[in-house]
Write a new protein. Structure first.
Length: 127
């Protein structure tokens, strides 16, 4: 269970790292893609810094839950952006949901504190 959690988390971190790095390095395709979504080119660096900060909180074990919450907000913004510009549902609008499932699923499988906070099984009452 823990190995699967680490794998899911690693896949989410890999994707988000590449995305943040493209923004931080101001790569032309990334800047152009962000501009096509309606954001000014000057916002790309700020968005990349915010994504990197959320990701850093996620990869540090004591702050992983805070990082997951922050990434959820970040990914929610991506969902709203793709919905606003009329992108396709399954490939663009829901893609941040898929990433969020990897973020939270990985954390849930590797973090006992989260499983205790959000048990997915129902316990019967003794009585």
């Amino acid at each position: 269970m823990r190995a699967l959690g680490r794998t899911l988390s690693a896949l989410a971190v890999l994707f988000l790292s590449v995305d943040a790095l493209g923004k931080l390095l101001q790569l032309r395709p990334v800047v152009a893609g962000t501009a096509e979504l309606g954001y000014p080119e000057s916002a790309v660096l700020v968005i990349g810094l915010l994504e990197a900060a959320c990701l850093a909180a996620y990869v540090v074990p004591p702050t992983a839950m805070l990082g997951a919450l922050l990434l959820t907000g970040y990914l929610g913004g991506a969902i709203a952006t793709h919905l606003r510009v009329g992108d396709p549902l399954w490939t663009h609008i829901l893609f941040p949901v898929y990433v969020a499932l990897f973020v939270w699923g990985g954390l849930f499988l590797r973090e006992a504190r989260l499983r205790a906070l959000l048990p997915l099984t129902r316990h019967r009452c003794a009585g």
